[in-house]
Design a protein around this ligand. Structure first.
Ligand SMILES: Nc1nc2c(ncn2[C@@H]2O[C@H](COP(=O)(O)OP(=O)(O)O)[C@@H](O)[C@H]2O)c(=O)[nH]1
Ligand SMILES: [Mg+2]
Length: 405
């Protein structure tokens, strides 16, 4: 690339980023979750979206889609069958969508009236990765028919994604798809990324994907929907994601830990501040005890995007809230919680630290910080005093030349 072309390209990208930032603000103030789907042609973006739009719509979500294509409007017609508003963007030879195209095609749409806006990008594994569309989430798709090495060959596409979807898993066996290799390759490029394995044909993996969207969106509609699926704590025989909260016996530490985390996760949704997937997985941290297999990746992803103090405060608050209402309400629930904690206490777990006085740790860390701040201030004051004293009382030290005869 000549210098001139490189400069022109940088200018175009800068202009795009500025408009994308404006769009991001618009999406955020309208409360619409925007997703940008990227992949090579034929991966199954349209098929995956058709199913996503239809299922979200059937739950009452307000969804819409913009779909990019070089020339045809075939995809828009397919997506419109879901009943959602859809607009086609023809790029006429350009290999990606950009923020200006999105801005132009949003004209006349009330973003306030939407919960989700999906953007199907032009099928290409290179160009779309450089163009921010102001989306909240970029989703990179890879089909089992494309070869497991694609993430390694097109790292920018997977590295810039927030989630990855493996499509057409109904074809995995006949294609000799090496699942472990594909997962490892994706994670090598983007450690800690959430990966979904789906089939638009059979519907496999779609529930997990939709639940993830629901939690990530965190909109009012979403919270109500999730709450409807999670029965109230005080109903007799209440369950959290299939786990009864009373009369449980915990045979293993894993069982107790999963139970407690399910409860905290459900409480987060109940109070309208759902945990992201990485926040939920962080609750599994343990140095020596039972934990998730890819904990190192989870922690790396967590530290990239989260603030530990804020996270511990959030979880501490949830634990306090659970303990307070279990104490005040159903005694059997309080007892089940206590037993799970007791079983977990056989090993060292981060979750136990979070529970110790729930929030005490955060306060302790704060007071350590204040102590250090105090030490630094006192040291600085003493240093300043020493300089002043030496200036007024010490005089300047003169290194006289050795006497000469
Ligand atoms: N067997 C199978 N075929 C699929 C699946 N998803 C998409 N396809 C097929 O793959 C081809 C490309 O799909 P399409 O959605 O147009 O891909 P796009 O170019 O990424 O939008 C079409 O023939 C689809 O019917 C799937 O989950 N299973
Ligand atoms: Mg398509």
């Amino acid at each position: 690339m000549t210098t001139r072309i490189a400069l022109l390209r940088r200018g175009i990208l800068k202009k795009n980023d500025e408009l994308a930032a404006v769009l991001r603000d618009r999406y955020s103030s309208a409360g619409v979750m925007v997703l940008n789907l990227v992949s090579s042609p034929g991966t199954g973006k349209t098929a995956f979206l058709e199913r996503t739009l239809t299922e979200l719509k059937s739950k009452g979500a307000r969804v819409a889609a913009l779909v990019g294509d070089l020339e045809t409007d075939n995809d828009a017609r397919r997506l419109a069958a879901s009943g959602a508003p859809v607009r086609q963007i023809n790029t006429h030879g350009i290999c990606h969508l950009d923020a200006e195209m999105i801005d132009k095609h949003l004209e006349g749409w009330e973003l306030d009236d939407l919960d989700f806006l999906f953007i199907e990008n032009v099928g290409n594994l290179v160009c779309p990765s450089s163009y921010d569309l102001g989306e909240k989430m970029r989703v990179a798709l890879l089909s089992v028919t494309e070869g497991e090495d694609k993430p390694l060959k097109y790292p920018a596409m997977f590295n810039s994604a927030d989630a990855a979807v493996i499509t057409k898993i109904d074809l995995a066996e006949p294609c000799g798809f090496d699942r472990e290799l594909a997962l490892n390759n994706i994670r090598e490029i983007r450690p800690g990324i959430r990966i979904f394995e789906t089939s638009a044909k059979t519907g496999a993996g779609m529930r997990e994907w939709l639940n993830y969207l629901v939690v990530e969106a965190g909109s009012k509609w979403v919270v109500e929907e999730v709450e409807a699926q999670v029965p109230s704590r005080h109903k007799p025989g209440a369950e959290v994601q299939g786990q009864a909260r009373t009369g449980r016996k915990f045979e293993t530490i894993k069982e107790a830990k999963e139970f407690l985390i399910h409860w905290i996760d459900a409480e987060a949704r109940r109070v309208g501040s759902p945990l992201t997937e990485v926040e939920r997985q962080m609750l599994f941290v343990s140095e020596k005890g039972w934990t998730l297999p890819d904990m190192a990746e989870v922690q790396a992803a967590f530290y990239r995007y989260h603030d530990l103090v804020e996270y511990e405060e959030k979880v501490g608050k949830l634990i306090r809230s659970i303990q307070a209402s279990a104490q005040a309400g159903n005694k059997d629930e309080a007892e089940t919680w206590r037993q799970a904690v007791q079983v977990l206490s056989r090993e060292d777990h981060y979750l136990l630290e979070l529970m110790k006085g729930s929030g005490e740790m955060v306060r302790r860390r704060r007071s350590h910080m204040l102590l250090w701040l105090g030490v630094v201030l006192v040291a600085a004051a003493l240093a300043a005093l020493a300089i002043v004293m030496s200036h007024y009382f010490g005089g300047s030290r003169v290194y006289a030349p050795p006497p000469t005869n």
